[in-house]
Write a protein that binds this ligand. Structure first.
Ligand code: SF4
Length: 350
């Protein structure tokens, strides 16, 4: 298991080479990666970035089977998700893949608005990058694509994100309309990811519309870099208040992304994880994925963070799992692999 954690962390940081196909081209979260299932974990590894072209890892096809090589030596069998059948279909003249994409192995993702009212953008954001994307999706369009996608594979869950509009609900009302439209046609677990709205009642709106899980992403707890990383996002205190409130409604299905590799201190990630665990929230720790250029951090640093955060989670009884979305998928974070091994190893061993 320790080797699995090391392998996942290494793939998250260094990426993978091969003749592979991207299933998601843009939107929220880390983009430009490919998802692989190796033994019992799923990883979304950088693929199109320049640093990934130098990765020691490569996927090759041998006798109709996909294999993972490290420095030319076979180390594991891999499973690559196939392009979904619905990708070939259109709705209102738009390719369905542009309405809802497949990420990880079985997670459907959609960004309702691919525009954001913040003038100074977050350092990691790809929402308005790329060409040919749909700037605003209609709830009925999303519902129909999700219906077909779930008909194809019943294990799929859905993540709904949005660029932040300037209204006090920060997009919650729009997302609530999407949730209702989807739940009317198909029973699929849904995670929403949104900026904290100005009033807590908008969290209720999402819950009563039928959301099953929520993620309000602090992104960084390091005040020294916060103004550069998320210049226009609310304060950490506001996030904590909304997360605490969300925990009362969504129980264990509340999480918050913490990005690593943006110049933050080790302590800020650990203290932030502790703060989240104290209020029953899963710290979903993910290495920042630069669009190009260099890797964001090294594997050893990330391993240390995961090991310490997993210890904290264990001590608070917080499990890195959930019913829908990123906390179910886990492809962008190795927190669940760290959690599984932490009883058998000391933090210093990792
Ligand atoms: S963890 Fe979330 S962002 Fe990452 S691949 Fe899975 S669904 Fe996509």
């Amino acid at each position: 298991m320790l080797n699995m954690l090391k392998l996942k962390v290494d793939l998250l940081i260094k990426g993978v080479r091969g003749n592979l196909k991207l299933l998601r081209h843009g939107g929220g979260g880390p983009v430009g990666g490919v998802s692989l299932k190796i033994k019992d974990f799923v990883v979304n590894a950088p693929y199109i970035q320049r640093f990934a072209k130098l990765s020691p890892y490569e996927v090759v096809r041998v006798n109709d089977k996909d294999k993972l090589l490290k420095n030319g030596k076979m180390i594991a069998d891999v499973f690559l998700p196939k392009e979904p059948k619905y990708y070939k279909l259109h709705i209102d003249g738009i390719e369905m893949r542009k309405i809802v994409a497949l990420d990880g192995i079985n997670t459907l993702v959609t960004s309702v608005l691919r525009r954001c009212s913040h003038k100074r953008k977050c350092a990691f954001c790809s929402l308005e990058r790329g060409k040919g994307y749909v700037e605003e999706k209609k709830p009925e369009q999303i519902a129909e694509v999700v219906r077909l996608a779930v008909e194809e594979d019943k294990s799929r869950s859905l993540v709904i994100t949005t660029g932040t509009p300037s209204t006090p609900d920060k997009g919650a009302l729009l997302i609530a309309r999407v949730i209702k439209a989807v739940k009317e046609v198909v029973n699929v677990p849904i995670q929403v990811q949104i900026e904290p709205p100005e009033k807590l009642e908008f969290i209720d709106t999402l819950y009563y519309a039928g959301a099953d899980a929520i993620s309000l992403n602090v992104e960084t707890f390091d005040l020294k870099i916060r103004h550069k990383v998320v210049p226009e996002k609310p304060s950490i205190e506001k996030y904590i208040k909304c997360l605490k409130y969300s925990s009362e409604l969504f129980d264990k299905n509340v999480s918050s992304w913490i990005l690593v590799g943006l110049g933050e201190s080790f302590e800020s990630v650990i203290e932030g994880s502790l703060k989240l665990c104290e209020i029953g929230v899963i710290p979903f720790i993910v290495p920042y994925r630069p669009n190009n250029g260099r890797r964001s951090c090294n594997s050893k640093y990330l391993m240390k963070i995961y090991a310490r955060a997993a210890e904290i989670m264990k001590s608070y009884g917080i499990k890195p799992e959930g019913v829908a979305g990123c906390i179910k998928c886990q492809a962008c974070s190795a927190i669940s692999e760290a959690f599984k091994i932490i009883d058998n190893y000391q933090t210093e061993d990792l």
